[in-house]
Structure formats: structure tokens, C-alpha cells
Ligand binder design. Structure first.
Ligand SMILES: *[C@@H]1O[C@H](CO)[C@@H](O)[C@H](O)[C@H]1NC(C)=O
Ligand SMILES: *[C@@H]1O[C@H](CO)[C@@H](O)[C@H](O)[C@H]1NC(C)=O
Ligand SMILES: *[C@@H]1O[C@H](CO)[C@@H](O)[C@H](O)[C@H]1NC(C)=O
Ligand SMILES: *[C@@H]1O[C@H](CO)[C@@H](O)[C@H](O)[C@H]1NC(C)=O
Ligand SMILES: *[C@@H]1O[C@H](CO)[C@@H](O)[C@H](O)[C@H]1NC(C)=O
Ligand SMILES: *[C@@H]1O[C@H](CO)[C@@H](O)[C@H](O)[C@H]1NC(C)=O
Ligand SMILES: *[C@@H]1O[C@H](CO)[C@@H](O)[C@H](O)[C@H]1NC(C)=O
Ligand SMILES: *[C@@H]1O[C@H](CO)[C@@H](O)[C@H](O)[C@H]1NC(C)=O
Ligand SMILES: *[C@@H]1O[C@H](CO)[C@@H](O)[C@H](O)[C@H]1NC(C)=O
Ligand SMILES: *[C@@H]1O[C@H](CO)[C@@H](O)[C@H](O)[C@H]1NC(C)=O
Length: 873
């Protein structure tokens, strides 16, 4: 706990005084100040406050109640409150790399007539600053800006409506108030005087507020009429510098006490000293400073009529948060210690980096050019994750670099005009979805210049011109331009670009929502398949001939459906959306025929759109759609037959007594994961399954797994699903809590559900079981992991017949899929890789160590007990 005495010599005195006197760089915002009263010259400072219009786009203006008005000066009497949205933000223009004193004031004054104390959070950019819970609150921090804009956000945490009266920023010298790390949060700032006067601007050129503090019983006041040289980094007001206190009793110490409340236990003090008395030749004033009895600095002698500041170069801490600062006279000293003023701050860290400045600039420009006023589109676009802007996805995985925007989805947002140039500043985009808007004009070339941008959906607009060759030829590009009737085609079918050979001026074939057009589509699609197959994996080999036969006639009449099912003789099961019957086509080919219960369909048109989409999706781990029937509102989907039913039947052992061993289980989940990965990454536009669960994982005669029922949950409510809102669909227990909370669906919701599937194959237990210590499987496994009881997690019927490393890794992977924060979940690609490693380790059993306890730790992220977030083992 060393202190440094700072002797400052500077010749910038005059310059600084001039600058400060016209208060250069001060920002004074009167929140809720009516424009006709702005700017307002406030008393007693004479500073001019301007209305907050243009700094915040939301909120309503209010005034404190009449009876409080006499107690507050003008800009404090108006306020802005935020009844709508969770986070509302002010954005201020500031100078980058500048040290600012930032103050926010909150005077409740019963503005709403409800007489309830406030309770909401104040954020500084993406980081929490403090909780406002008193009806008259003043918050202050000292912080160095990292960009040219600064955001102060008010966040609703309960029913209390956030409000704010004043925001003030004052630039300080960068050499003042230096800390080792982080920023400073105000604790107190006093000058030792028995006057009752507070001191502010213009006496304090930085507009710090100094409060008088005096211990009448123990101290005596010392003042001077002479000018004190205040030239150092801190430039105290003369009124503060020219007063001080010494103990009444010459032998006593000078004591100052305060409390520091957790969690911010670390603090910094700034002690300001100047000798104010004229000492005789044989007089000495010398003392040490101690903190809670421990030596911290000295011996020190104040300089006559010259301010020096003694500060902590490292944060200090007090036992139990009760601090006692003492000035202890040394034996050599003939005079008692003297102190003029003291400031104290706690350390505050803002660990969350703000989103990449260029990305913020870009997305704001996008917002401006389309006039988007979504309630969530304020504050930092990416962080904190719970306030992620609706329609964005960000990469926030690396804590040491700023978050970046990786995906922008403005589908069905009523956009008009052209594809905005502003997008080119989003240089980290990987996915762009502008589908189903009213966009006109041409596809801009710059889309090809955004390096990582490989998935673009422009379908359902009015785009004209042709696809620029640079976009067309970009390696790996997936571009969907369906339903742009006036787009000229430079490629083959133009349905999905990337595989096509240039051909001039052919009109694009729109994927029209009519069955007539389906024939065209299917024709085009077969070609597409053939093209694909040449390049693509072996995986689809062996299925191609079957596919070709099937695709010739995909539409069946109802009487054909009756024939193929032998009049609905054999029920295979009751799946999502309807009953499934066994059927036979082409004499030998077995199929599963799903008769859609009509009531569950949200519209015929939607059905056709879905079928179109599904006919385009092919993967060895997805249950293939063979055909469909849509005759006289009789809707049926004809799928390939899966001889071994669904995974759940096998897990619960009801189907037969054949037990799936660990290796087989892994193969099944790898298959399923690959199917899901294809939906997420191989489809244009990407598809979210929305209802991943063990009953939707079907097994063929070789126990190869395929995912069923993908793509349907958009138009059909899920059977047994919840209907909390019209948007949220899924099966209880499997439903991503973040999606449930935010209504914001991404591929990561499937990853969550897949994590539950993984836990099921590991534990062979019900997803929800009220008789368990913890009803939900994720909660229960989390609890077992905390207890370190890994063996009890495992399905006992496996009899320990597995590689423990393989199992351990699978548990770890499952838990990562279940991370409450979707961005922290792995992608399906990562899950596939992880599961393959599990399988490799299981297959190489024997050689590897089986010592489970020596494995690395699992971070258990609990979705339910938010207060528990421990690390197991
Ligand atoms: C105040 O002190 C500074 C250095 O500490 C010195 O340069 C300056 O001349 C002093 N000002 C006056 C008015 O004495
Ligand atoms: C205003 O301040 C005075 C003096 O501090 C106090 O007595 C009074 O209760 C205050 N009025 C209100 C409405 O708070
Ligand atoms: C902030 O700065 C930007 C760009 O420098 C400018 O366009 C904008 O008008 C400024 N906003 C305010 C409120 O001064
Ligand atoms: C503000 O808080 C003080 C102390 O809790 C209380 O006495 C006062 O009535 C409150 N004022 C309002 C308007 O709630
Ligand atoms: C300062 O000046 C005032 C008025 O001139 C006088 O009363 C007071 O005694 C002086 N104080 C000191 C410390 O010289
Ligand atoms: C200062 O604190 C010390 C230790 O707590 C105590 O003994 C002493 O009486 C205090 N002095 C005054 C003037 O309060
Ligand atoms: C200091 O000097 C003064 C006279 O200049 C004298 O009265 C006083 O006793 C001396 N004090 C000490 C402690 O020697
Ligand atoms: C003051 O600090 C010095 C240097 O550490 C030490 O030698 C001296 O004993 C201290 N004096 C008192 C009264 O604490
Ligand atoms: C935005 O993009 C344009 C064109 O690429 C570029 O000139 C400009 O510097 C970018 N602006 C920012 C702030 O990145
Ligand atoms: C799209 O724009 C056209 C032309 O401005 C207009 O006629 C049409 O109504 C718009 N459609 C939608 C859905 O906004």
C-alpha cells in the first residue's frame, strides 16, 4: 500500500484556465427538458443544459411533483422515463481516448404520482454501472472513452420504470485520477471546512461537487487569505485549497472514517494537502498516513501555499469494509497534521468490450437508411447478450476482442428502397437475410467484397438487373433470389446460385407458390441434384436411383394414397401433425404416409410453400419426402419408410428388448447431428428444425438415423407442444429457454434441443420426471455433476460397458449445448466433430485411460438455478 506524492510542475496553467472557463467539452443534458425551454442556463453554475432530443429515441417526458420543485433547481425538475422496452439508451458524441467525469442524476420527486422508490439498473455501454434504488440518486464515474460515442442505458429489472433527470460529462486531464486498471466510481469528495457551502463550477473548473465536512468536536479549522498555488493534475478550486483542518488536541491523530460496501471493496483515495499557516523557523509539521492502523505513506510535510496530492497507486481494501484513515504526527513534528481535502473512489471494471466500432457504425447506418425503429435496436448491438438486437447474431466468443456482427436478418421487415450501401461496413457478416421485403434496384457488387459473407437470402423482393458475376462466382456463396419476378438471370436455374454455368439473359424461374410451377421446379431440381451429386459426397450414392424414380411423380391423388396405404390399414404411429400409416408405392417401395389433420394446418398456402421447401432438401440423415397429396383439402405427406421406428422407443425399451450399446447410440446421434447440420448450413435459406427430440429421430433397418418432421413446425403447431405464444413452438423439456424468453429463433435453439437428446442417450431417463430430485433432465444432470456423481448419470443398463473418456466428453458436449446463452453453445458442425471424437475414443477402447477423475472439468451452466454456476470437480 504505497502512496506516491505527486509534485506537479506545469506551465500550462494559463492555457488550462482559459479552456476550462469556457467549459470546453462539457456536455449537459437536461433529460426531458422541453425543446422550447432548451438551452436552459442552470443556477448556480450558469451552465447551459440542452434537451435530450436526438440523444435517445424512446421514452416519455415528465416533471417532478409540485411539492418537490422548491427543493431542486431547474434541469433536475424534468425527467425522461421509459415505460416501453427493457433497455433504453442515450448515445452521446464524445472524444475518443478522453478521460471524462460522467455524472447521472435521478430525482424521483413522485413524478408519476405513485410514491414508490425506483429500482432499475444503469448500464455504461454493455456493462453494468449501478442499480438506482433511491429516490434522489447521484452517480458519478471517471472513465476513459474508447470510441467516439458513449452509451448510457437504463434497464428495467422489475416493474419499476426507469427514469433519468440529468446527464453530465466533463473532460479531465488524462494524467489525473490514473488507476492501475478499470475506471473509478465515486465514493465521496469532501473539503475540510466548517462552512455549509458546496463548491461546484465555476469555482471548480471541472465541475466536481465538493461537500464541506468537519468534525467540530475534534478539529480546528485552518484557512488562509493568501492564494494557494493549485497547479497540479487536479486543479482544485481555490475555496477548497485554502481551507483545512488539524486536530484540536496537538497530540491526537486526524481521523477520517468511511464504509465501503461490497462487492466493490477496492478503493482509491486522493489526499490534497497544502500548508496554510506561516511557520516559525523552529516549527515543523510532519506526519505519516495510515489505513486501518497500517502505515501507508510518509513522513510527509505539506508545502507552503501549494497543493500536492497524495494518491493510491494501487487500490486499497479495508477489513469488513470499515475504513479508518489516520494522519499520525511524527516525533520530530512540532505541529499537528493538516488535511485540506479528500476524494475516494471504488474501482469499477467494465469487462465486456463494446461491439466493434465499424460494425456499430454500419448497423446504425442500416437502421437509418431503412428507418427501422425496433425497440431493441438501441445501445450496443451485440452485448450484453440478453439485449442483443433483434435480427442480429454476433460472435462474442473471444473476450479479448470486441464482439462482431456475423448475421443480419431483416426478413419481412417491410423494407423499401434498394439494398443499402451501409451493409458494406458490416465487414464481418457471414449471413444476410433480406427476404420478403419490398426491395428494388440491383444486387450491389459489394456483397461479394464482404469476405466472410457466404449466405445471402434476397428472395421475395422486387430486385431487378442481374446477379453480379462477382457474387455469382464467389466460392462457397449460397444465394437465394427466388420470387424476384423481374430479376434477369445470368445463371442456369438461378434457384440456388453457386453451381450454375453462366447463360445470358434468361429470365429467372420464380419458385412460385403454385402447384403448377412445382413441376418446373422439380424438373429444375432434378438437374440440380444431378449436378450436385457429381461433386458431392459418396453419401448420397445408392439413393440416387431411388430418388430419380420417386421424383418423377411426387404428387399423388387421394385415391392413390388410399391404395398405397391399403385403405389406411396399418398405423405406424401418431407423429407430429397427424397419424402415420404404412404404405407401398411402385409395388415394393415401403413408405410412411402422414395424413395431416386439417385442423392443425395454419393455411393451405403455407402448406404448399412448406412442401416446396421440403422437396428441395436432401440428405442421408433427413427423412426424405417422397411425395405429397393435396386434393380437396386432404393433405398428406409421403415419406420414406423407417423400419426401426424412433429413437425414443429404443431408449425406453418399449419396442423390443434390444439394447442399443454406447457405440450405436453415438452413431445414431452423429447421424442426427449431421442431418441437423445440413438444415442449418446446407440449406438456403437455412432451416431451423424447431422440434428436435428423440421421437423425431427415426431409424432405418440398419439403425441409421434420420431426422423427421423438419420444416413443418413453422406452419403447423407441434403436437403436445406449448402454445404460450403463437410464435414459440416446440416440445416441453426440449424448448430452448432463451428462445422461449425472447421469441427469437436461431439454429442454436436446435442445438439446445439436441443437447437434451444427448442427455437422453447418456442417461436413458425421462426429460421431465417430477419424482426426481430435479425434474428437468438438464437440471438433474447438472446437480449430479456438482455432486461429482458421474457414474449415476449413466444409463445403468449399459453396465459400465463404455469408454469413460467418450462418455465424459459426450456429457461435456451436451452441457455446452445447454448453455443458457445461445451464443455460447457450439454450432452443429462443432457438435458433429465432438461426437465423432467420442466415437473414436469409444472405438479405440482398451488402450486409453479410463480414469474419469483425471479428466478436465466441466463447466455446468444451469438454466434453472441461476444463482448456481459452479464448476464440477
Ligand atoms: C505554481 O507551482 C508551479 C509548479 O509547481 C509553478 O511552476 C508555478 O510557477 C507556481 N505558480 C505560482 C503562481 O507561483
Ligand atoms: C424540501 O427540503 C426541505 C429542507 O431540506 C425539507 O424539510 C422538505 O421536506 C423537502 N420537501 C420535500 C417535498 O421533500
Ligand atoms: C454525433 O456525431 C455524428 C457524426 O459525427 C453527427 O452526425 C451527429 O449529428 C452527432 N450527434 C449529436 C447529437 O451531436
Ligand atoms: C424518498 O426517500 C426518503 C427516504 O427513504 C423518504 O423519506 C421520502 O418520502 C421519499 N420520497 C419519495 C417521493 O418517495
Ligand atoms: C482573512 O481576511 C479576513 C477579512 O479581511 C480577516 O477577518 C481574517 O482574519 C483573515 N484571515 C486570515 C487567516 O488572515
Ligand atoms: C482516532 O482514531 C484512533 C483509533 O481509533 C482513536 O484512538 C482516536 O481517539 C481517534 N481520534 C479522534 C480525534 O477521534
Ligand atoms: C520557537 O521559537 C519561538 C521564538 O521564535 C519560541 O518562542 C518558541 O518557544 C520556540 N519553540 C520551540 C519548540 O523551541
Ligand atoms: C512514520 O513513517 C516512518 C517511515 O516509515 C517511520 O520510520 C516512523 O516511525 C513513522 N512514524 C510514526 C509516528 O508512525
Ligand atoms: C464504410 O464503408 C465505406 C466503403 O467501403 C468506406 O469508405 C468507409 O470508410 C467505411 N466507414 C467506416 C466507418 O468503416
Ligand atoms: C411494394 O412497393 C410497390 C411500389 O412502391 C407498392 O405498390 C407495393 O404496395 C409495395 N408492397 C408492399 C408489400 O409494401
Amino acid at each position: 500500500m504505497e502512496r506516491h506524492c505527486v509534485f506537479i510542475a506545469t506551465f500550462l496553467l494559463i492555457l488550462h484556465l482559459v479552456q476550462a472557463q469556457d467549459s470546453t467539452g462539457f456536455i449537459n443534458v437536461g433529460c426531458g427538458l422541453p425543446p422550447h425551454e432548451s438551452p436552459y442556463n442552470a443556477l448556480p453554475t450558469g451552465l447551459s443544459y440542452t434537451s435530450d432530443i436526438g440523444l435517445v429515441n424512446t421514452g416519455k417526458t415528465g416533471r417532478i411533483a409540485k411539492e418537490f420543485e422548491p427543493n431542486y433547481t431547474k434541469p433536475l425538475t424534468t425527467l425522461r422515463y421509459f415505460p416501453d422496452g427493457v433497455r433504453n439508451c442515450y448515445t452521446l458524441n464524445v472524444t475518443r481516448d478522453t478521460k471524462y467525469l460522467i455524472m447521472a442524476k435521478f430525482v424521483y420527486g413522485n413524478y408519476d404520482g405513485l410514491k414508490t422508490d425506483p429500482n432499475f439498473d444503469l448500464y455504461f455501454g454493455p456493462n453494468i454501472w449501478t442499480t438506482v434504488s433511491k429516490n434522489d440518486t447521484r452517480e458519478e464515474i471517471i472513465h476513459v472513452t474508447k470510441s467516439n460515442s458513449l452509451q448510457v442505458c437504463l434497464v428495467k429489472t422489475g416493474t419499476s420504470i426507469p427514469f433519468i433527470n440529468i446527464l453530465e460529462l466533463r473532460p479531465l486531464r488524462t494524467t489525473a485520477y490514473v488507476t492501475q486498471s478499470g475506471s473509478l466510481k465515486y465514493l465521496f469528495r469532501v473539503y475540510l471546512s466548517n462552512s455549509r457551502l458546496g463548491i461546484r463550477y465555476p469555482d471548480d473548473i471541472y465541475d466536481r461537487a465538493w461537500f464541506p465536512y468537519f468534525d467540530e468536536k475534534s478539529w480546528t479549522q485552518v484557512t488562509t487569505n493568501l492564494t494557494v498555488n493549485i497547479t497540479n493534475n487536479y486543479e482544485l478550486p481555490q475555496g477548497v485549497a485554502a481551507t483545512g483542518a488539524t486536530p484540536l488536541n496537538d497530540a491526537e491523530t486526524l481521523n477520517i472514517t468511511w464504509d465501503v460496501e461490497p462487492p466493490t471493496a477496492k478503493f482509491y483515495t486522493y489526499l490534497h494537502f497544502a500548508e496554510l499557516q506561516t511557520l516559525r523557523a523552529n516549527d515543523t509539521r510532519e506526519f505519516n498516513t495510515t489505513m486501518n492502523g497500517k502505515y501507508s505513506y510518509g513522513p510527509y510535510t505539506p508545502t507552503p501555499l501549494k497543493i500536492e496530492t497524495v494518491l493510491d497507486v494501487k487500490p486499497e481494501e479495508c477489513d469488513e469494509g470499515a475504513c479508518l484513515l489516520q494522519l499520525v504526527r511524527t516525533s520530530k513534528s512540532t505541529l499537528p497534521p493538516l488535511l485540506n481535502a479528500i476524494e475516494a473512489f471504488t474501482e469499477i471494471n467494465f469487462p465486456q468490450m463494446e461491439t466493434d466500432g465499424d460494425d456499430v457504425y454500419g448497423i446504425k447506418n442500416v437502421q437509418d437508411s431503412y428507418g427501422l425503429d425496433r425497440i431493441s435496436w438501441q445501445g450496443d448491438p451485440c452485448v450484453p447478450i440478453q439485449f442483443l438486437w433483434d435480427g442480429l447474431n454476433c460472435d462474442n466468443s473471444d473476450n479479448s476482442t470486441p464482439p462482431i456482427i456475423t448475421s443480419l436478418n431483416l426478413s419481412s421487415s417491410g423494407l423499401i428502397g434498394t439494398i443499402t450501401q451501409a451493409i458494406q461496413n458490416l465487414t464481418h457478416l457471414e449471413k444476410l437475410d433480406l427476404s420478403n421485403n419490398n426491395l428494388t434496384g440491383e444486387i450491389p457488387e459489394f456483397l461479394a467484397d464482404i469476405k466472410s459473407l457466404l449466405v445471402i437470402d434476397l428472395s421475395g423482393n422486387n430486385i431487378t438487373g442481374s446477379v453480379p458475376p462477382s457474387v455469382l462466382q464467389k466460392k462457397g456463396m449460397k444465394l437465394n433470389v427466388d420470387n424476384n419476378p423481374h430479376l434477369l438471370c445470368t445463371g442456369g436455374s438461378c434457384v440456388n446460385i453457386g453451381e450454375n454455368k453462366p447463360k445470358k439473359n434468361s429470365i429467372i424461374v420464380p419458385v412460385a407458390a403454385s402447384i403448377a410451377a412445382l413441376a418446373v421446379l422439380i424438373g429444375a431440381f432434378i438437374m440440380f441434384l444431378v449436378l450436385r451429386k457429381k461433386k458431392a459426397s459418396k453419401l448420397e450414392d445408392g439413393r440416387s436411383s431411388q430418388q430419380a424414380i420417386m421424383t418423377k411423380n411426387r404428387r399423388f391423388t387421394y385415391s392413390e394414397v388410399m391404395t398405397m396405404t391399403n385403405n389406411f390399414q396399418r398405423v405406424l404411429g401418431k407423429g407430429g401433425f397427424g397419424i402415420v400409416y404404412h404404405g407401398v408405392v411402385n409395388g415394393t417401395e415401403q413408405v410412411a404416409v402422414k395424413i395431416l389433420s386439417h385442423s392443425s394446418s395454419q393455411g393451405y398456402k403455407q402448406f404448399k410453400a412448406e412442401v416446396e421447401l421440403l422437396l428441395r432438401v436432401h440428405h442421408k440423415n433427413l427423412v426424405g419426402l417422397v411425395g405429397y397429396c393435396d386434393e380437396n383439402d386432404k393433405l398428406a405427406l409421403i415419406y420414406e419408410y423407417m423400419a426401426n421406428g424412433d429413437l425414443k422407443e429404443h431408449m425406453s425399451g418399449t419396442r423390443n428388448r434390444f439394447l442399443l450399446n454406447w457405440g450405436t447410440r453415438l452413431k445414431i446421434v452423429i447421424d442426427s447431428a449431421q442431418g441437423l447440420e445440413y438444415l442449418h448450413n446446407g440449406c438456403t435459406p437455412p432451416m431451423v428444425h424447431r422440434d428436435v427430440k428423440t421421437t423425431n429421430i427415426l431409424l432405418n433397418e440398419h439403425f441409421e438415423a434420420k431426422l423427421a418432421d423438419f420444416g413443418l413446425s413453422r406452419s403447423f403447431p407441434t403436437e403436445g407442444g406449448t402454445h404460450v405464444s403463437t410464435v414459440v413452438a416446440g416440445t416441453p423439456g426440449y424448448l430452448d429457454p432463451e428462445y422461449y424468453r425472447t421469441n427469437w429463433l436461431t439454429e442454436k435453439s436446435d442445438v439446445y434441443s439436441f443437447g437434451i437428446v444427448l442427455l437422453e442417450i447418456i442417461t436413458n431417463r425421462h426429460v421431465i420426471d417430477q419424482s426426481r430430485e430435479k425434474a428437468h433432465i438438464a437440471e438433474w444432470v447438472g446437480l449430479m455433476l456438482i455432486k461429482g456423481d458421474i457414474i449415476s448419470i449413466m444409463d445403468p443398463s449399459l453396465n459400465g460397458d463404455y469408454d469413460s473418456g467418450s462418455v465424459w466428453k459426450a456429457v461435456e458436449l451436451a452441457m455446452s449445448c445447454l448453455n443458457p446463452s445461445s451464443t455460447r453453445r457450439p454450432t452443429m458442425t462443432q457438435v458433429v466433430i465432438g461426437l465423432k471424437e467420442c466415437l473414436a475414443s469409444e472405438n479405440s477402447r482398451g488402450g486409453a485411460s479410463r480414469d474419469m477423475d483425471s479428466k478436465s472439468s466441466i463447466e455446468v451452466s444451469m438454466t434453472f438455478d441461476t444463482d448456481v454456476n459452479p464448476t464440477a470437480r
